[in-house]
Design a protein around this ligand. Structure first.
Ligand code: IVH
Length: 694
């Protein structure tokens, strides 16, 4: 038996760890270093090992896998998990037909007011039932056949969502103990975010291992893993969309209020949802979300409409196993089959050779796709695709379309050869090499290679780099192919009289667009060091690293003179990046390019390195608290804005708080602000305050 002190300490540790994990994963505002979190965690684990009786199902230690499962125990659902009818007519017709069915079933006369609906996203993952008893997660089950699912509680406890973006399955509901329902079953979807999926695949690719097909299968596979440790390594998230069994809870009268209540319990609910009126409201939502589909951080395969009033839902009831009050309205599929016509090689900015599939054009995820990446030779071999095969193409979000595999596994013509990487660059003829142990083949031609030159120019001109308006890929092709541009600095001599004439003489280049390009070039000359560094396209120096380098050194000369050791002192710069920067500036031709660009008039304000740059400080002495989701800024970005304006960001609201900046789904902090009379701003208000337009 554990003594009362040990039991009390275990309870204290659980509370502490819950608090800090919420700060870290949900609010993205940790209060203690990771090592300290790990220490508390280890202390609790040690107590639980010594005193198994003190191990509670909601213990934070239960999130990290644990014992191996030897098969899943069947779980009979207290309330069956039904599916919904799918409207495959992806036009507005789908919404209109549903509204008509609802109105007919309710026997509404034609002049009756529109029905109120709740419109939400159809998440593409795996349906899960979460059972909370007195606020504690006691069981999680898959849908199975709707009557009986599988007990995946251990695995589901590892669903952490994404730091700063929510999606974590709470082991314990928020709210005063007395107010938590005896039984609350939450239904929703476990899914994988697109960026998490891409990172996972990138890691697999770097290791030369098998890549995953799509986020949905990966998420579903992870939940149904027998080893919870493997599930724990997969970045999974969750959104709630409904309820199962309820006991001891006054269910709110509308579906939208149910989701609000779940959100207040700390259950992740997607903010992209709306209460709308009639078929017109449904179609507007379908269209609006269709337009935003690519920009969402996760895959959706449609939207879901639900009659909002629970009383009306009860009146409508079910036909066989589908509710009459809900429907899924699809979008065009993000995976399609088509024929692989050819495999070509594309040469990128860093010389990387990418095999690109030339496809029989196919409509995927809302656009027609005829090229898709095959990533590298090893992946191509593993996927075992060959010219003539029927393949699956996936296009989701703004990620480049890719061939995920071949359809079927039957025999093929022996006359189709296995694909081979060329020994010479198909663009410039330079030797192609693969680093020892590396995955990628590269052209060694550098800027001698027209393909690399084009990509380097496009990167240099990009919006996040020098932001040269009017310089797109068509024009870059012309500039390079005509021989007008061989190096980056030559861009800035296009304004010289002799060259200007040649520019205007390019095919389809009217006097006006030449003038636009020259104006764009002129404007790009005033920039900041971070953008300039990023624009140079130094290997391993992305936007974030460029910012870190600019901030640390403050001037280009100091950076160019820095040793590897000095570079390693920069935040987040490791040996690979440090060496890459040093190597870049050790090449005389790169130094020449930099000098010529500066001579052309490109410039930026310099400062003394890490010493803070003082701009106007409208928020000096002010403390702000951020809460909820802002429309365009992430929490980090908002924090950077506030700090750059001289303000401080605090984690909790007090009388000393100057402003609370509240976004969607703002919770207790907003209430506290109102209670204390602290002024509340939205994102626009914050921006106005910083710009001094308030
Ligand atoms: S409601 C009785 N809402 O789509 C209504 N389902 O057949 C039950 N899904 O596998 C489902 N997003 O997991 C509902 N916002 C959403 C959803 C959603 C995804 C999945 C669900 C099920 C299928 C519906």
């Amino acid at each position: 038996m554990a003594d009362p002190d040990t039991a009390a300490r275990a309870a204290e540790l659980r509370t502490l760890l819950h608090h800090h994990s919420h700060r870290y994963y949900v609010l993205d505002a940790p209060e203690i270093p990771d090592a300290e979190y790990d220490r508390l965690f280890a202390e609790l684990q040690a107590i639980e090992v010594a005193h198994p009786a003190l191990l509670t199902p909601d213990s934070p230690t239960q999130r990290v896998g644990g014992r191996m499962l030897d098969g899943f125990t069947p779980v009979r659902h207290a309330v069956p998990m039904l599916s919904i009818r799918t409207e495959t007519d992806t036009t507005a017709g789908g919404a209109i037909a549903f509204d008509e069915r609802v109105r007919n079933a309710l026997a509404l006369p034609p002049d009756a007011p529109p029905v109120e609906y709740h419109a939400e996203l159809k998440f593409d993952g795996l349906a899960i039932n979460l059972r909370y008893e007195y606020g504690v997660l006691v069981q999680a089950a898959t849908r199975g056949d709707g009557e009986t699912g599988e007990d995946v509680t251990q695995n589901i406890r590892t669903v952490r969502g994404r730091r700063g973006a929510g999606g974590q399955i709470p082991l314990r509901l928020q709210g005063p103990a007395g107010a938590l329902p005896e039984v609350l079953e939450v239904r929703g979807e476990v899914y994988m975010r697109r960026d998490d999926f891409e990172h996972l695949n990138e890691r697999q690719r770097e290791r030369g291992e098998k890549t995953y097909i799509n986020p949905r299968n990966t998420a579903a596979g992870a939940v149904r893993q027998l080893d919870p440790d493997i599930t724990a390594q997969r970045p999974l998230s969750f959104f709630a969309y409904g309820l199962g069994e309820l006991r001891g809870w006054d269910q709110p009268p509308t579906h939208s209020a149910v989701l609000d209540a779940l959100a207040a319990f700390g259950v992740p609910v997607c903010v992209d949802r709306a209460v709308v009126q009639g078929a017109a409201g449904l179609t507007a939502f379908h269209e609006a979300m269709g337009a935003r589909r690519d920009a969402l951080p996760f895959d959706i395969d449609g939207v879901v409409y639900k009659v909002n009033a629970i009383a009306l839902q009860r009146r409508l009831g079910f036909v066989t196993r589908e509710p009459r009050w809900a429907v899924a309205h699809k979008y065009p599929a993000q995976e399609q089959m088509t024929r692989l016509n050819a495999i070509e090689i594309q040469v990128g900015r860093t010389g990387k050779l990418t095999p690109v599939a030339k496809l029989e054009p196919v409509f995927v995820g809302g656009t027609t796709v005829s090229n898709a990446t095959l990533h590298n030779l090893f992946e191509l071999r593993r996927k075992a695709v060959r010219v003539g095969d029927t393949v699956i193409v996936r296009r989701a979000g703004d990620v480049i379309p890719e061939v995920v595999g071949r359809v079927g596994s039957g025999p093929r013509s022996p006359y189709v050869r296995n694909f081979r990487m060329p020994l010479a660059c198909p663009v410039c003829g330079s030797a192609v090499l693969r680093e020892r142990g590396g995955i990628d083949h590269r052209c060694t031609g550098g800027l001698f290679c027209a393909a690399q030159r084009k990509q380097a120019l496009l990167h240099f001109a990009g919006r996040r780099a020098m932001d040269i308006e009017g310089l797109g890929d068509k024009l870059v092709d012309q500039l390079v192919d005509s021989g007008l541009i061989r190096t980056l600095p030559e861009l800035y001599t296009l304004a010289n009289d002799d060259r200007r004439a040649k520019l205007s003489a390019l095919e389809r280049m009217a006097e006006k667009s030449a003038a636009n390009l020259l104006a764009g070039l002129e404007k790009s000359k005033t920039t900041i060091l971070a953008r300039f560094l990023y624009a140079l396209g130094i290997r391993h120096v992305g936007e974030a690293t460029a910012k870190d380098l600019a901030k640390h050194f403050g001037s280009l000369d100091r950076l160019m003179a820095a040793s590897v050791e000095q570079l390693l002192e920069v935040n987040d710069v490791g040996p690979v990046v440090a060496q890459s920067v040093r190597t870049f500036f050790d090449q005389p031709h790169n130094v020449r390019v930099v000098e010529q660009l500066r001579a052309a008039g490109i410039g930026w304000p310099e400062h003394d390195g890490d010493a803070p740059q003082k701009g106007p400080q409208p928020l000096a002495g002010k403390t702000l608290v951020l809460t909820g989701t802002l429309p365009t800024l992430t929490r980090d970005e908002a924090k950077v804005l506030v700090e750059a304006a001289g303000g401080k960001v605090a984690g909790s609201v007090s009388k000393k708080t100057s402003y609370v900046v509240a976004g969607m789904e703002a919770g207790s902090k907003l209430d506290k602000a109102r209670e204390l009379g602290v002024p509340v701003l939205d994102e626009t208000g914050l921006r106005e305050l910083i710009d001094g337009t308030a």
